[in-house]
Design a protein around this ligand. Structure first.
Ligand SMILES: CC(C)(COP(=O)(O)OP(=O)(O)OC[C@H]1O[C@@H](n2cnc3c(N)ncnc32)[C@H](O)[C@@H]1OP(=O)(O)O)[C@@H](O)C(=O)NCCC(=O)NCCS
Length: 176
């Protein structure tokens, strides 16, 4: 499958928000309510929020395109983890967070996500990072398996708020 991976621009905000709304529910545990998921999408994954992310100098949004359509995206955040508890378990510096990595379901298991991960690693190495870290829901076994295949190891836990619910994540880290 031929895909292109490039940094997204502000003009991509609407298209990436559409992919985000379609894929965020896939990462949620079965107990997450539709209302809580909808609230999170409205608050955190709207086109307006992506236009903010796309102009934040500490963030990079990568888009993966197939046949002219965006089929996935990743958001990277450079610098010290905002949560000091995460900062204690993430041992490598400088570090970058893979804050989001989402691919449309029709493209799972095709190598698109691996291509995204390779692009993320290449960018982080070029930027002089020593490590990458991420949070993944403790019930999201598919994503954990994907990250493990790509060299990430569990280093701790954290929580993540979706609407009215507190979700439980593993923190994973990989050296570069
Ligand atoms: C996470 C994601 C990017 C991984 O991409 P992918 O193309 O699915 O990844 P791969 O197919 O290369 O790897 C997934 C692994 O999980 C396995 N797997 C698939 N479904 C599974 C399931 N229900 N339970 C356990 N393992 C599963 C696959 O067999 C594969 O392992 P293998 O290569 O050893 O056979 C993609 O699934 C995705 O976008 N998911 C929805 C959003 C999400 O969860 N994002 C991550 C948020 S932290």
């Amino acid at each position: 499958m031929t895909v292109e991976i490039n940094p997204a621009g502000i003009w991509d905000s609407e298209a990436i928000a559409d992919v985000a709304a379609a894929t965020f529910p896939l990462a949620c545990p079965p107990g997450a309510t539709q209302d809580d998921i909808a609230e999170f999408i409205d608050d955190v994954l709207s086109a307006e929020r992506f236009s903010e992310y796309l102009t934040d100098p500490n963030r990079t949004v990568l888009k993966v395109t197939h046949g002219g359509s965006i089929v996935g995206y990743a958001m990277l955040i450079d610098g010290e983890p905002a949560d000091p508890e995460v900062g204690k378990v993430v041992s490598l510096r400088p570090t970058t967070e893979i804050s989001k990595l989402y691919v449309l379901p029709g493209n799972h298991g095709t190598g698109v996500s691996a291509a995204m991960m390779n692009a993320i690693v290449e960018r982080a190495v070029d930027a002089g990072c020593a490590g990458l870290w991420l949070g993944v829901n403790q019930e999201n076994i598919r994503a954990q398996r994907f990250y493990t295949k790509h060299g990430f190891k569990r280093v701790g836990t954290k929580t993540f708020v979706v609407g009215t619910q507190l979700h439980h994540d593993f923190v994973m880290q990989r050296a570069l």
